[in-house]
Design a protein around this ligand. Structure first.
Ligand code: ZN
Length: 501
């Protein structure tokens, strides 16, 4: 699924962080000058060199590359690249607010069949503990609570932002070869930066929470500093999140202390926290389509236990799924969770089921990925597994696997040759003729226009259905508004008589 970074971040720490950020804002405003005058050594020299105490806001533009975090096409590759034709950021250090606009288009990897790239425009805001986007049809402000951490990190890791926050938060400095390492804690988040011997901030690292990666490294390096109206600012910015690039920007304009009023829209400040809902539709006896929000799952009742297909998003979603399953299938444990692929929006809830004692069924390439990722510390937002430290149980497969209680068969097949992901699975119930799949075919609402041009992932899914000789009657897609049929899938790829093929 094509979604912005923010979807993959988990909940933030809530009000504690809010209080601290506000405190920081006040402290920075009131005492920055005093702190700088009292400070000696590298931090002072860098602050002078970058005019940190004078820079209340910065706006910069550029172009380069952006990469979609959590959507690697295989468990062993970097995040997929998008070409950025324009990037513009406005950051207000006094109000801890930022506005970033990105125009980007996916850069398709050689040999990988993906949908034809379309230009995307992201319009993202944060102010203290409130994040929102402007977009959609009709255009509206959309709260983005899961994006607060990442967007605040962008503010305090910029060179001037880092130096201002260092001055306001009793930073510690240590000399290292060729520079100085400066570190401090802000709102429970640790920041560590390196200042080089030219008094430039060379890199800054912090850590934000992610449901899969835990404490996730957010590291930005700055180079090729130039003076813009007397203020030094880097013209090359490279950022990595979770070890792989998310941004590589060549800066072409910088303006200092320009108007940077970034106010929370009233409809965002008055919005209540989104409710997590799970609804259940029975597709066949003991087969429940669990919908709600953007990502769905399917619960399958076996003789003595429950098999769940997909644990998307995060622990909150998993807790809601567990509660719903208890209600519709009482007194049977969820012993098995089938994972379609490792994109973060489809695997972010798995850790909760590991803690609950379930076995994770996934394509064999994914197991080492999860084992490594899940071993990382989860100190920012500890989840159930971070507290229980239970070992994950896996059942892996290459081309296919069958789960059965002797009565109902649950067949799992690798979706071969899909450009979406290299370790990608579908689930088929031969007794009920039900296909369960994610991201290969997402149905549209009744009467909505069909995808145009045709989505190659859907064509590939159809090829796999034919290759495997699956007799499909219902399709329970893990995105989208409704259960469909093979005829709907064929129509979406122009193969039906209705579409004139
Ligand atoms: Zn996906």
């Amino acid at each position: 699924m094509s979604v912005s970074n923010s979807v993959f971040s988990s909940r933030i720490k809530g009000s504690l962080r809010g209080v601290t950020l506000l405190a920081l804002t006040a402290l920075t405003t009131l005492t920055a000058v005093d702190v700088y005058s009292a400070e000696t050594g590298t931090l002072q020299a860098a602050a002078d060199s970058l005019s940190a105490s004078k820079v209340k806001s910065v706006a910069f533009t550029g172009s380069g590359s952006w990469y979609q975090f959590g959507q690697a096409p295989s468990p062993t590759t970097a995040w997929p690249k998008f070409d950025v034709s324009s990037y513009s950021a406005t950051i207000n250090y006094e109000t801890a607010a930022a506005h970033v606009q990105i125009t980007r288009k996916q850069a398709i990897e050689a040999g990988r069949l993906r949908p034809a790239p379309v230009e995307q425009k992201a319009d993202q805001y944060v102010n203290g503990t409130t994040a929102w986007n402007i977009g959609g049809t009709p255009v509206a402000a959309q709260p983005q609570p899961a994006a607060v951490e990442e967007r605040e990190a962008e503010i305090w890791t910029t060179p001037q932002g880092f130096l201002r926050a260092a001055a306001a938060n009793k930073a510690a400095s240590t000399s290292v070869n060729g520079g100085t390492v400066v570190s401090f804690t802000l709102g429970g988040y640790r920041y560590v930066g390196t200042i080089n011997n030219q008094n430039q901030v060379e890199s800054v690292q912090t850590w934000i929470d992610n449901p899969i990666l835990g404490d996730t490294t957010y590291e930005t390096s700055y180079s090729d500093y130039k003076a813009f109206n007397g203020v030094n600012f880097p013209t090359h910015i490279v950022r990595k999140l979770g070890g792989y690039p998310v941004l590589d920007l060549n800066v072409d304009s910088v303006s200092i202390n320009a108007e940077a009023k970034i106010s929370v829209p009233p409809e965002v400040s008055s919005a209540s926290a989104p409710k997590i809902t799970v609804t259940s539709d029975q597709l066949a006896p003991g087969v429940f389509y669990l919908k709600g929000g953007t990502h769905h799952s399917v619960a399958i009742e076996q003789k003595d236990y429950v098999v769940l297909v997909e644990a998307p998003l995060n622990e909150a979603r998993s807790e809601a799924l567990i509660a719903k399953i208890k209600e519709i299938i009482p007194n049977k444990p969820i012993t098995t969770v089938v994972n379609t692929h490792q994109h973060f929006d489809h695997s972010g809830g798995l850790r909760t089921f590991v803690d609950a004692g379930a076995t994770i069924v996934t394509q064999q390439l994914n197991k080492p990925y999860y084992e490594k990722a899940w071993a990382a510390p989860h100190t920012i937002n500890p989840d159930r597994l971070a507290k229980s430290h239970k070992a994950a149980k896996f059942q892996t497969f290459g081309d296919n696997w069958i789960l059965t209680d002797g009565r109902r068969f649950i067949e799992i097949y690798q979706i071969a040759g899909s450009g979406h992901n290299d370790a990608f699975a579908l689930v088929y119930l031969p007794g009920e003729k039900i296909l369960i799949e994610a991201d290969a075919f997402t149905p549209t609402a009744v009467g909505a226009p069909l995808p145009s041009p045709v989505n190659p992932y859907t064509v590939n899914l159809y090829d796999n259905i034919k290759r495997l000789n699956l007799d499909v009657q219902q399709i329970a897609a893990l995105h989208g508004p409704r259960v469909t049929t093979l005829a709907d899938l064929k129509e979406a790829i122009g193969q039906s008589s209705i579409a004139g093929k």
